[in-house]
Design a protein around this ligand. Structure first.
Ligand code: ADP
Ligand code: MG
Length: 238
């Protein structure tokens, strides 16, 4: 399970309306990419979905439960950030274990999950290192591993490749796609990069200035862009 329903979500910061009425349905197991120019509200929408930010109006339902009234530990969401957000003083292993320890997961179960996640993400050689002793790509894999061990039904990625160089971006993108195939979890992935959107998504949501311009598969958007903005952004002629 991991379906998401967003109903007429609006978000204002003071007088500035950043989300102007977002409606969206995400099915269990889908890989959905939010794409749009910098400042259009992608991160804000992701934070509202995660329950890190309250919407001004509207609702976010995960498997029918309103996120804003569900305690964080019960939401079944894990988020991966552009900046990794690892604890510098903890080893890779303890970065991955921390959230589970806090949730009272038994030690043997924590070991089991870290073993599986570190194998999936090729992190076994680095488990006793600290983040400063890792490359950017390795750090981002640790951040992804920390999300995986929580066994969320919904993964949220906010521009996870932005701080990596071109070669690592391709590798990490392929790893995320492989993770989706293995885990069959629902994933929402934010990017301003059209190539990432076209290669990863089952469904692309094109955002512009706080509104959805179009929702569709990569082929639908490419072949039948709804307007000039989508055509220009996705790169198809219209
Ligand atoms: P994106 O992720 O698409 O680049 P954001 O969601 O980060 O866009 O931001 C959308 C708009 O909302 C921007 O104009 C940004 O300055 C504004 N914004 C985001 N967070 C806040 C905040 N906490 N307070 C005030 N304005 C904010
Ligand atoms: Mg952003």
């Amino acid at each position: 399970m991991g379906s998401l329903k967003i109903e007429n979500v609006k978000k204002a910061f003071g007088p500035v309306e950043v989300l102007k009425g977002i409606d969206l349905q995400v099915n269990d197991g889908e890989f959905v990419v939010f794409v749009g120019p910098s400042g259009c509200g992608k991160s804000t929408l992701l934070r509202v979905i995660a329950g890190l930010e309250d919407s001004t109006s509207g609702r976010v339902l995960i498997d029918g439960a309103d996120v804003s009234v569900t305690p964080p530990a019960k939401r079944g969401i894990a988020m991966v950030f552009q900046t990794y957000a690892l604890y510098p003083h903890l080893t890779v292993k303890n970065n991955m274990a921390l959230g589970l320890k806090q949730a009272g997961t038994p030690a043997a179960e924590i070991e089991r999950r870290i073993k599986i996640a570190s194998a999936m993400l090729s992190l076994e050689p680095y488990l006793e290192r600290r983040p400063a002793e890792l490359s950017g790509g390795q750090r981002q894999r640790v951040a992804i591993g920390r999300a995986v061990v929580r066994e969320p039904k919904l993964f949220l990625f906010d521009e996870p490749l932005s701080n990596l160089d071109a070669a690592l971006r391709v590798n990490t993108r392929l790893e995320i796609a492989q993770l989706h195939r293995r885990l069959k979890a629902t994933m929402i992935y934010v990017t301003h990069d059209q190539v990432e959107a076209m290669t990863l998504a089952d469904k692309i949501v094109v955002l512009n200035a706080g509104r959805i311009e179009q929702i569709g598969s990569p082929m639908e958007l490419y072949n039948s862009p709804a307007n000039e903005f989508v055509a220009g952004f996705i790169g198809s002629p219209k």
